[in-house]
Design a protein. Sequence first.
Length: 169
Amino acid sequence: MSDSKNLVILSVTKDLYRKERDSSLCSEWHNIEQGVINHMEMIVDFPGGSRVDAHFGNFTMATDQPPVASAPTPFAVFLSSIGTCAGIYVLGFCQQRGIPTEGIRIVQRVNSNPLSRMVDKIDLEIQVPSEFPDKYRDSLIRSAELCAVKKHLENPPAFDITTTKMEIA
């Protein structure tokens, strides 16, 4: 039996705090990207070797482990979602004000406890060019702090992990 026939189904449920909801797929995906979801389902499968892929919407997020490392590890994907999420808010802030984003970048530093090997601090440094308006520096930080991934880490969801037997087609 091939590894690709083994499937794990993840379901994520969150209350939706909006007055109205557009049920179109495009709008639903936009809501998911913004961290405003009612229900999202991903299919996680095992295509071979140490690969584990997540499928959602029209996307596949491939992950892998060393020594092959044909894709990032799941933990690296998780960590990258923090900086890229903050980046979405920084980008939006600049675009709304007509501030050029050339030369702006975020450097993420992950600090781990050597005994527990758990992350105990994440630093995000927003580097801006010298011509970036000083009056927006604090506001730029506040916009990055709106990141939905960061907010979910600050208020983590409950996990419910179960098994289900299913017939393999």
